[in-house]
Design a protein around this ligand. Structure first.
Ligand SMILES: [Zn+2]
Length: 143
């Protein structure tokens, strides 16, 4: 029984060190452009930070349990909270992955559409460039 507990304790430690390490490497790289992807990335980052905080909390709790002779089972609800956060992280990652490639390129080319204003030669009303007939008098604008 004590062996089983030790095994789970090691598992906890490896989970902890792995996540704390990756959490430390996460840096905010870009916040200037909040495209949809940009927002997703910011949300992803805050989820990762939340997960790191949670792992730190679990680390402290695990140490307390170790000193007071508690069992790792007492941390289950905290592991579940981590699983929830990780599920959200997965969902964000998938959303980012399935985004169209042109959206992933941060520099969205927003070439403004050419706005050519046309005026009806018959009545002088303004018409859109892609209108074939004048909306006012029905005059043929383009052949
Ligand atoms: Zn007209």
């Amino acid at each position: 029984m004590s062996q089983e507990r030790e095994g789970r304790g090691k598992d906890l430690l490896s989970r902890l060190s792995r996540t704390l390490r990756s959490g430390a490497e996460t840096l905010v790289q870009e916040t200037k452009e909040l495209t949809r992807i940009g927002k997703l990335k910011v949300e992803l980052l805050s989820l990762e930070n939340e997960r790191s905080r949670k792992f730190e909390e679990i680390g402290r709790l695990a140490h307390t349990l170790y000193k007071e002779g508690g069992t790792i089972e007492q941390l289950h609800e905290h592991f579940e909270a981590i699983d929830e956060i990780e599920a959200k992280i997965d969902a964000k990652n998938k959303e980012i992955e399935k985004a169209p490639p042109e959206e992933k390129l941060a520099q969205a080319d927003e070439t403004p559409e050419e706005s050519v204003s046309l005026y009806c030669s018959q009545c002088g009303a303004m018409a859109d460039a892609d209108d074939r007939f004048c909306s006012k008098c029905g005059n043929l604008l383009k052949p």
